[in-house]
Design a protein around this ligand. Structure first.
Ligand code: FEO
Ligand code: CA
Ligand code: CA
Length: 639
């Protein structure tokens, strides 16, 4: 077996490497930057004075000693640097399913430790690089729906020289290993396992039929030679975070879809198409999948509209294996991280979403119709209003509607080029919005802003760096750290406790940092201490008890500014006191991403993506992304 790179990149890091963003901006933007510098200073003062200004009292005086009785049901663990998983005393973990495990009996033994899986079996097994997941109780059966975000080509195609697909079959293997797996799971005497051959088991991959809904459905920019209606699509791509609807369907979120496309000839010259490609990072070379070399659908010289058919929220019915997934264009096209719903005071459906790229935005969908359990829900992700967030330095904020009146774009163009629409209303550029979580016990929501090394930095010409649309990434109160390598979590509370309100107040729940090696902003907020160091918050869920579970996708070198942080990990945070404690550490090289619970809340399911070491099977095997179970040894509730 050839050497496998033990320091793997997450899909986000791949995208940043492959699609570097512009470093210069025009003169108007520079003037704007100067103005916002003054704004930032007031923001910093507010931040620096911490709790008094922010009201919630979170950023000062939140050390463990100052806390009331602990809400944490576990003893925190130390940072780790080895190749396995660690959980607190009194808890145990086990493997539920790994990339290559069979979902159907004809795929038993399909995974070869040295060679992976064959083309024939590649859509009969659990997918690669597990990410967001949700569990559904379907007629008393536990149905887990799981994203497979991207591939590790050198691991998935070990017969190739460097992981670059060398044939149409190689491309097809990669296409089959990504997308979504629907699996029935059950707990027996030996723990949890996949119910092989369950009628609910299903693989949805890069060639699975889908339909479009919403304003962009049928638009000229979605029409292709294979689909002259612009109504039907094949495949869902770069399925990152997850979401669910209150009516029991799964939402998969298409993130770095741009990397699958490339060109064998000329790039499209149509100005609208070309401008969109620039904003979304679609290039002639793609990011290593080489689909375009063997599958003309991904060759933008031949099919310039194909990229317009990805980058959406996709709804999947876990209870009906025959149901066609729906790409809901009304919720916008961008690098969707996840989708977190809340019900507004009047019963309308709100869905919060982040666009994970440096300097992109946070969004809210609000349905026109109200959600009534048991009644027709088919309009709730189709008819409504998409808004984008503004975070003011005085810690107020508001949702700016993206409409023809506010953007000068029609509804279909807003759905297809959502980033452009948001730039036109001057939304706040954010430090890469990853997962959003809604607190079930309080009217508030949280977003992980994972990092942004370019925040507040300038290019050689002295101009502040921008996002891909030219919006300056000047520092602001919600994104207050220049060259932000650690990340932060922003929290907002909708006015009147109503997730349908136009405005909100916000604060920073935590600024990650390292007080053992840095001072000032890089030390982090007061709820960061030597015992809970981490960087790059990413995955997030809030459990029924109100604990915030935070997963990381950061630098696990454990050196320099990252000293003491160890491997990527999962921590728990108390939303009231701000206290944060480390619960789980992943294998070196991995990202911890994706979290859900069994129906009885006695098991947590945690995703381990792109492990570096040959986890979990040990020497002699390819590394395998996996979902693990975490239980208490006394079988008590775990969230
Ligand atoms: Fe797929 Fe932004 O994480
Ligand atoms: Ca993520
Ligand atoms: Ca990430």
């Amino acid at each position: 077996m050839k050497d496998i790179d033990t320091q793997r990149l997450s899909a986000d890091e791949w995208d940043e490497l492959n699609f570097p963003r512009p470093e210069v901006q025009d003169f108007d933007r520079v003037v704007e930057r100067a103005i916002s510098r003054r704004g930032f200073m007031s923001g910093v003062l507010a931040f620096g004075s911490g709790a008094a200004v922010m009201g919630a009292g979170l950023l000062k005086g939140t050390t463990a000693l100052a806390q009331p009785a602990s809400r944490f049901p576990f003893t925190p663990i130390a940072a780790q640097t080895d190749g396995t998983i660690h959980v607190p005393e009194g808890y145990s973990w086990d493997v539920l399913v790994r990339w290559g495990d069979p979902l159907f009996s004809d795929a038993e033994g399909a995974f070869d430790p040295a060679n992976g899986v064959s083309l024939e079996m590649s859509d009969r097994v659990f997918g690669e690089n597990t990410d967001g997941m949700e569990l559904f109780d379907v007629e008393g059966r536990e149905i887990l729906v799981v994203n497979s975000e991207y591939t590790n080509n050198d691991i998935n195609l070990p017969h190739t020289a460097d992981g670059t697909p060398e044939s149409a079959d190689d491309v097809r293997i990669l296409q089959n290993l990504q997308g979504v797996s629907v699996i029935e799971i059950a707990e027996g005497d030996d723990g949890w396992s996949v119910v092989v051959d369950s009628p609910f088991n299903r693989r949805i991959h890069h060639n699975s039929p889908m339909t479009f809904s919403g304003p962009a459905a049928g638009h000229d920019l979605l029409k292709t030679e294979a689909d002259p209606t612009g109504m039907e699509s094949l495949g869902t791509f770069n399925n990152c975070g997850s979401g669910r609807t209150p009516w029991g369907t799964y939402l998969t979120c298409e993130e770095n879809f741009n990397g699958y496309f490339g060109a064998t000839g000329d790039m499209p010259s149509d100005p609208t198409v070309a401008e969109g490609y620039a904003r979304y990072g679609i290039s002639a070379s793609g990011s290593g999948y080489n689909y375009h070399g063997f599958d003309p659908r991904f060759d933008v010289s031949a099919n310039p509209n194909e990229p317009h058919r990805a980058g959406y929220i996709v709804e999947i019915d876990p209870a009906d294996p025959e149901a066609t997934p729906i790409k809901h264009t009304a919720l916008g096209r961008f690098k969707h991280e996840n989708a977190a719903y809340a019900i507004a005071a009047d019963g309308r459906l709100a869905v919060y979403m982040g666009d994970d790229e440096r300097g992109e935005f946070m969004y809210r969908w609000l349905s026109n119709d109200v959600y009534v359990p048991g009644e027709d829900t088919s309009s709730l992700l189709v008819d409504g209003e998409l808004s984008v967030a503004v975070f003011e330095d005085d810690m107020s904020g508001r949702w700016l509607p993206l409409t023809p009146a506010t953007t000068g774009m029609d509804a279909a163009m807003i759905s297809i080029f959502t980033r452009t629409a948001a730039s036109r209303v001057n939304a706040t550029t954010m430090d890469r919005p990853e997962w959003i979580a809604v607190n079930p016990n309080a009217a508030e929501a949280y977003c992980c802003l994972t990092n942004n090394s370019r925040r507040g930095t300038t290019s050689d010409s002295g101009a502040v760096r921008t996002n891909a649309g030219g919006d300056p990434m000047s520092v602001n109160a919600a994104n207050p750290r220049e060259a932000n390598n650690y990340g932060q979590i922003v929290r907002w509370r909708p006015m009147g406790g109503d997730h349908g309100a136009e405005s909100f107040n916000w604060d920073l729940y935590v600024m990650a940092g390292n007080p053992t090696v840095a001072e000032g902003m890089n030390a982090g907020s007061a709820n960061i201490n030597e015992g809970n160091l981490f960087n790059s918050p990413d995955g997030m869920q809030i459990d029924n008890t109100g604990l915030i579970w935070i997963q990381t996708d950061g630098d696990d070198s454990n050196e320099g500014e990252y000293a003491g942080m160890g491997n990527n990990q999962m921590l728990a945070g108390d939303p009231v006191t701000g206290r944060i404690e480390r619960f789980l550490t992943g294998p070196n090289g991995s990202e911890v991403t994706g979290l859900t619970w069994s129906t009885d809340r006695r098991t947590m399911f945690v995703g381990i993506q792109h492990p570096g070491a040959p986890f979990p099977d040990g020497e002699g095997s390819l590394p395998r992304s996996a979902i693990v179970t975490v239980k208490r040894d006394d079988n008590a509730l775990v969230g």
